[in-house]
Design a protein around this ligand. Structure first.
Ligand SMILES: Nc1ncnc2c1ncn2[C@@H]1O[C@H](COP(=O)(O)OP(=O)(O)O)[C@@H](O)[C@H]1O
Ligand SMILES: C[C@@](O)(CCOP(=O)(O)O)CC(=O)O
Ligand SMILES: [Mg+2]
Length: 387
């Protein structure tokens, strides 16, 4: 039996990092997906292994199912309908077992993804033999939420094969989960994000599961309905970084300067709330659009300044800001920062010639530019037949 699922990446329009400390943030899904295919082995296959193929990094892992039961005796007994947290001891145990695979140093960040996979797989499906393939249209570790899309698409496919959700597989093509099942997939994905991020806010897995545009604060999601077309240029600086380390760095700065950092997070809360309210107000005339874009630009500029206060900007991000500023365009980092991706607001009346010029100049710096669809569907599954 084979199930495929896909979950989108995201951009954070306002509030990254501060959201980890309880402030509001605004995020939207983007039209770039991580896809997972899970094929359960049948008795005829005569195959007693669980295989994970990570196409984006060219790595394959495989474990005899007996070894999995030894390695993860607790999670194989977990209940798929009650998301559970992977304890530190289990993480260390899996990490030790992963040494057999000799992951190259340059790809060592992948280990946390493999731990998240093993935790989610064994907790939801036990120790069944299967072949799992993961591939993504998202750059990994660049601020576009690849870790969340990985955990959401995995949770979705695994739950679809469990007895815990009801998916109508008679439908053709991609099928969305019902709201209760989306919530269950989201809670499992959050458990996976904890393994990859350390201390996630939950915004990335939530927007990847539910799609569209959301405001998120302390675990609570509010859907944002907007008739304003937001167009953002996404520039990948291609400077690698790790969300877990950046999130931990901000927490350490908060411990050193609690009052100053609390004020920074409070300022971000006001920015996110104002951002959400601007995009939610119905816009009628071109003048109104221009006025709203002006306000959004200022909010992005302030948010970027505060992210710099948190210590998560980077020379490459500053280069993008300076380059786009030459064209009177405003940018801010998105995601964890420290490199990764930068958003630039493209006003509705901006000419295609200017957009081409700014993209060319950014690409000359060695960056990669893309314009993605904002606010599409979240987690979806499809059924590819019985074997
Ligand atoms: N397609 C994928 N294949 C393997 N691992 C993945 C994939 N997508 C995400 N990951 C895991 O997520 C990590 C990147 O997450 P993170 O540092 O939070 O950056 P981001 O979420 O911004 O892309 C990777 O190092 C890996 O462990
Ligand atoms: C920095 C943070 O706000 C977003 C991280 O996003 P990403 O992993 O860099 O795509 C962390 C979080 O909210 O969990
Ligand atoms: Mg991430």
């Amino acid at each position: 039996m084979e199930v495929r699922s896909r979950a989108p990446g995201k951009i954070i329009l306002a509030g990254e990092h501060a959201v980890v400390h309880g402030s509001a943030a605004v995020a939207a899904s983007i039209g770039l997906y991580t896809s997972v295919s899970v094929r359960l082995s049948s008795p005829n296959d005569n195959d007693d292994t669980l295989t994970l193929h990570l196409m984006d990094v060219g790595l394959e892992f495989s474990w005899p199912v007996g070894r999995i039961k030894e390695m993860l005796p607790d999670s194989v007994n977990n209940d798929a309908s009650s998301p559970a947290t992977c304890c530190e001891e289990t993480t260390k145990l899996i990490l030790t077992a992963l040494k057999d695979f000799k992951i190259p140093d340059a790809k060592i960040g992948i280990a946390s993804g493999v731990i998240a996979f093993l935790w989610l797989y064994t907790s939801i499906l036990g120790n069944k033999a299967a072949k799992v393939i993961v591939s993504s249209e998202l750059p990994l570790g660049a601020g576009l939420g690849s870790s969340a899309a990985f955990c959401v698409s995995l949770s979705g496919a695994l739950l679809a094969l469990s007895d815990s959700v009801q998916v109508d597989f008679d439908q053709e093509g991609w099928v969305s989960f019902g709201e209760k099942d989306q919530q269950l997939a989201n809670r499992w994905a959050f458990e996976g994000e904890k393994i990859i991020h350390g201390k996630p806010s939950g915004i990335d897995n939530t927007v990847s599961t539910f799609g569209n545009m959301i405001k998120f604060k302390s675990g609570v999601l509010t859907c944002i309905k907007s008739n304003m077309t937001l167009k953002m240029l996404i520039t990948n600086t291609k400077v690698g970084r790790n969300t877990k380390a950046l999130v931990a760095g901000v927490s350490e700065r908060k411990n050193r300067h609690p009052d100053a950092m609390t004020s920074v997070f409070t300022a971000v809360e006001f920015i996110s709330n104002e951002f959400a309210s601007i995009i939610q107000t119905t816009t009628c005339s071109d003048d109104e659009v221009v006025e709203k874009e002006q306000r959004i630009r200022e909010l992005m500029e302030m948010n970027q300044g505060l992210l710099q206060c948190m210590g998560v900007s980077h020379a490459s991000i500053e280069t993008v800001l300076q380059t786009t500023c030459k064209y009177q365009l405003t940018s801010k980092l998105t995601g964890a920062g420290g490199g990764g991706c930068v958003l630039t607001l493209l006003p509705a009346l901006l000419s295609a010639t200017v957009i081409d010029k700014v993209i060319r100049e950014l690409e000359q710096c060695g960056f990669q530019c893309l314009i993605a669809e904002i606010g599409g569907n979240g987690l979806e599954c499809r059924f590819d037949g019985r074997s």
